[in-house]
Design a protein around this ligand. Structure first.
Ligand code: AMP
Length: 184
C-alpha cells in the first residue's frame, strides 16, 4: 500500500464470452474492497465492439465484446493493483491459451495518477489507450475533460481517423457502482 494516500486510477474492462454484462458487473464488485483499499467511484456506459482484427469468417469464433471503464480510488501501488486485476480475471475463469482469443474478462490498468512507467509487466499509461475506440470512448464518456500525463486531451483524440474508423456502439446496458453496506 502507498502509506494511506489514495490515488485515482482507470480500469479498462472487456468481456466477449458468456453473460458479458454479468462478468463486467462481477469485476466491479470484486474490485470494490471491504477494507476500502480499492473503491469503485465511477463507471462508464457499456459499449459493444467487434473483436479487434476481425475478418468476416472469424465472426462466429470471435463474438463481439462488451467494454466499459471504471474509475477507482486506490491505496494499492500500481503493481499491486495489476496483481489484483489479474486475480479478478482468474476468478472469472479466464483462459490464456490464445493471446487475442475470446475471453470472459479482460482488465487493463489504463492510467494511475502521477505514474508513467515502462516495464515489461506494466506500462502506464496503457499503450493502447489512445488507439482503441473500445477504451477511448468509454473513458471519454466517464471523464470527458481528462488530460494524459503527456498533455494529450482525450476529447481531441476522439476525432482522429484511427478512432473514427473503428466500430464501438454505446448500448443501453448499465453497470452499477458497488456500495458499502453503510451507504445503503
Ligand atoms: P492481456 O491481459 O492479454 O491484455 O495482457 C496482459 C499482459 O500485459 C500481462 O502480462 C501484463 O503484465 C501486461 N501489461 C503491461 N502493461 C499493462 C497494463 N497497463 N495493464 C494490464 N496489463 C499490462
Amino acid at each position: 500500500m502507498n502509506c494511506g494516500e489514495r490515488k485515482t486510477a482507470y480500469i479498462g474492462m472487456g468481456s466477449s464470452l458468456g453473460n458479458r454484462l454479468q462478468f463486467l458487473q462481477n469485476a466491479l464488485c470484486s474490485m470494490h474492497r471491504s477494507d476500502q483499499s480499492i473503491q469503485v467511484t465511477g463507471v462508464s456506459p457499456v459499449y459493444e465492439t467487434p473483436h479487434m482484427g476481425l475478418t468476416p469468417e472469424d465472426s462466429e469464433r470471435y463474438p463481439p465484446h462488451f467494454n466499459a471503464v471504471a474509475r477507482i480510488s486506490s491505496l494499492l501501488a500500481p503493481r499491486q493493483l495489476l496483481a489484483e486485476l489479474q486475480l479478478a480475471e482468474e476468478k472469472a475463469g479466464r483462459q490464456r491459451e490464445q493471446k487475442w482469443g475470446p475471453r470472459t474478462l479482460d482488465l487493463d490498468l489504463l492510467l494511475y495518477e502521477g505514474v508513467q512507467m515502462h516495464a515489461p509487466e506494466l506500462t502506464l499509461p496503457h499503450p493502447g489507450l489512445l488507439q482503441r475506440a473500445f477504451v477511448l470512448l468509454p473513458l471519454a464518456a466517464l471523464e470527458p475533460k481528462l488530460i494524459l500525463p503527456d498533455g494529450a486531451r482525450l476529447e481531441e483524440w476522439l476525432h482522429k481517423p484511427i478512432i473514427k474508423k473503428q466500430q464501438a456502439v454505446q448500448t443501453r446496458q448499465q453497470l452499477h457502482i458497488p456500495q458499502y453496506a453503510e451507504e445503503m
